[in-house]
Design a binder for this molecule. Structure first.
Ligand code: PLP
Length: 403
C-alpha cells in the first residue's frame, strides 16, 4: 500500500483550511506543494550558509559552493546526465527554453525549419516564433487528434534535411498526454536535427534518463517537483552546450575580461551569469532526494489509480466531457455542459477545492476543441481518493447552483 497518510504529514500546507474547509489541492500541474524537508533546507541555508558562491576564500562561501555543486550532482545522477557540467541551473523551464532559442538564433538561416507540437505550452511556442522572425526559419506544427495525441504520421511528413530543431513537451500540461518522445527524438536525429524536450510535466511523475533518451536538451522547473519557485534546469549534451553562445553577459560566466575581448568560462558557468538562486538550487536537490525516497515507480502507480478513480467518478456526472483521453498522467481536463469553467472553479474554491480553469497557457489546444477553456484537476502523489470524493460532491453542488 502506498503510504499516502504518512506522506501527507510531510506537507504542512495540506493541514490548512481554505474558506473554512480543509484544502483539497488539485492544481499540481501549475505548481506542486513543498515538503517540510525542502522548507527546512531553505531555512537552514539562510540560517547557516548564506554567502556568494565560487568567488570567496572564506568558509561560508566555500560551504555554500559545495552545497550548490552537490545539488548539481544530485540532478546529474537522478537524470543520468553524463557530466555534472551538462546540468545548467536556470530560473525555470521558460528561462531554459529561452536560453536554447536565443542560442540557436545565430545558427539558423532562411530555409531552415523548426518543428513544434500542437500540444505546447505558450512558453514553448513564443520563443520559437520570435526565433523564426529573427532568422527567417519556418515553424511547422505536428497536429493533434481528438484524443489529444500527436499525429505521428504527419510528423514523418514534416521532417526533412531542412529540419534543424524539434521541440515538444514530454507531457502536455493542458491534457496530460504522454508524448512518444523516444520516437520523436530518434526520427529527428535521422535527419540531423536537435531535439529539446520540455519536461515540466514529466519530471514530477516519472524518472527520466537523459542518456537513455539520447535527448539533446531537456528542461524543467523545480517548483513542479516539490522544489521552490524561481529555479529550474537546462540539460544539454556537452557538444551542444559548447556550440551554443552564452545567453546573458555578466559576472560568473567569463574567463577573462578586457575591453577588447572577453573569453567565456567553461561549462556550466558560461550559462550561469550573475549570482544564481543558490538557495533554490540547493533546495531543488533536496526535493529530488525527497521524491526518490518515495520512489518514482510507486508515485506513478499510485497517481494512475487516482486518475482512474477520478475519471470513473467524474463520468458518472451528467454533461461531463473529458478532453484528452490518450495515454496520460494524472490530469483531468473537463467541462460540464455549457457551464463556463471559471464559474465552476470559483465555486469549488469556496468549498476549499483548488483546480485550474482557463486555457492553461495552451490556447491552440482549446482552439482545436473549439472551447474557451477547461476545468483542470491535476493530482499528485499526496492526494487521496477521499479528496476526489470531496471534489465530486463539490462539483455536483456547483452544478446544482449553476444549472
Ligand atoms: C509549467 C510549465 C511550463 C512553464 O514553467 P515555468 O516554471 O513557469 O517556467 C512550461 N511547460 C510546461 C509543460 C509546463 O507545465
Amino acid at each position: 500500500m502506498f503510504p499516502v497518510e504518512k506522506i501527507r504529514a510531510d506537507f504542512p500546507i495540506l493541514q490548512r483550511k481554505v474558506n473554512g474547509k480543509p484544502l483539497v489541492y488539485f492544481d499540481n500541474a501549475a505548481t506542486s506543494q513543498t515538503p517540510k524537508v525542502v522548507i527546512d533546507a531553505i531555512v537552514n541555508y539562510y540560517s547557516n550558509y548564506n554567502a556568494n558562491i565560487h568567488r570567496g576564500v572564506h568558509t561560508l562561501s566555500q560551504e555554500a559552493t559545495d552545497l550548490y555543486e552537490q545539488a548539481r550532482i544530485t540532478l546529474q545522477k537522478h537524470f543520468n546526465a553524463k557530466h555534472a557540467y551538462e546540468i545548467i541551473f536556470t530560473s525555470g523551464t521558460t528561462h531554459s527554453i529561452n536560453v536554447v532559442a536565443s542560442g540557436f538564433s545565430s545558427m539558423l538561416k532562411k530555409g531552415d525549419e523548426i518543428i513544434v507540437s500542437a500540444l505546447e505550452h505558450h512558453s514553448n511556442i513564443v520563443p520559437w516564433q520570435m526565433l523564426c522572425e529573427k532568422t527567417g526559419a519556418e515553424l511547422k506544427v505536428i497536429p493533434m487528434n481528438e484524443k489529444g495525441s500527436l499525429v505521428m504520421s504527419e510528423y514523418d511528413k514534416l521532417l526533412s534535411e531542412n529540419t534543424k530543431l524539434v521541440f515538444c513537451n514530454h507531457i502536455s500540461n493542458a491534457l496530460g498526454t504522454i508524448n512518444p518522445i523516444e520516437e520523436i527524438i530518434k526520427k529527428a536525429h535521422q535527419v540531423g536535427a536537435a531535439v529539446l524536450i520540455d519536461g515540466a510535466q514529466s519530471t514530477p511523475h516519472m524518472k527520466v534518463d537523459f542518456q537513455d533518451l539520447d535527448v539533446d536538451f531537456y528542461v524543467t522547473s523545480a517548483h513542479k517537483i516539490c522544489g521552490p519557485t524561481g529555479v529550474g534546469l537546462l540539460y544539454g549534451k556537452q557538444e551542444w552546450l559548447e556550440k551554443l553562445p552564452p545567453y546573458q553577459g555578466g559576472g560568473e560566466m567569463i574567463d577573462t575580461v578586457t575591453f577588447e575581448k572577453t573569453t567565456y568560462a567553461g561549462l556550466p558557468h558560461k550559462f550561469e551569469a550573475g549570482t544564481p538562486n543558490i538557495c533554490g538550487g540547493i533546495a531543488f536537490g533536496v526535493a529530488i532526494d525527497y521524491m526518490n525516497t518515495i520512489g518514482f515507480d510507486a508515485i506513478g502507480i499510485y497517481e494512475q489509480e487516482l486518475l482512474a478513480y477520478g475519471t470513473q467518478e467524474l463520468l458518472k456526472i451528467d454533461g461531463v466531457r473529458i478532453y484528452g483521453t490518450a495515454y496520460k498522467t494524472s490530469v483531468i481536463s473537463f467541462n460540464v455542459a455549457e457551464i463556463h469553467p471559471y464559474d465552476i472553479g470559483s465555486i469549488l474554491d469556496k468549498l476549499g477545492i483548488a483546480v485550474r480553469t482557463g486555457h492553461h497557457c495552451a490556447q491552440p489546444i482549446m482552439e482545436f476543441y473549439k472551447i474557451p477553456g477547461t476545468v483542470r484537476a491535476s493530482f499528485a502523489f499526496y492526494n487521496t481518493k477521499e479528496e476526489i470524493d470531496v471534489f465530486i460532491k463539490g462539483l455536483q453542488k456547483t452544478i446544482m447552483m449553476l444549472g
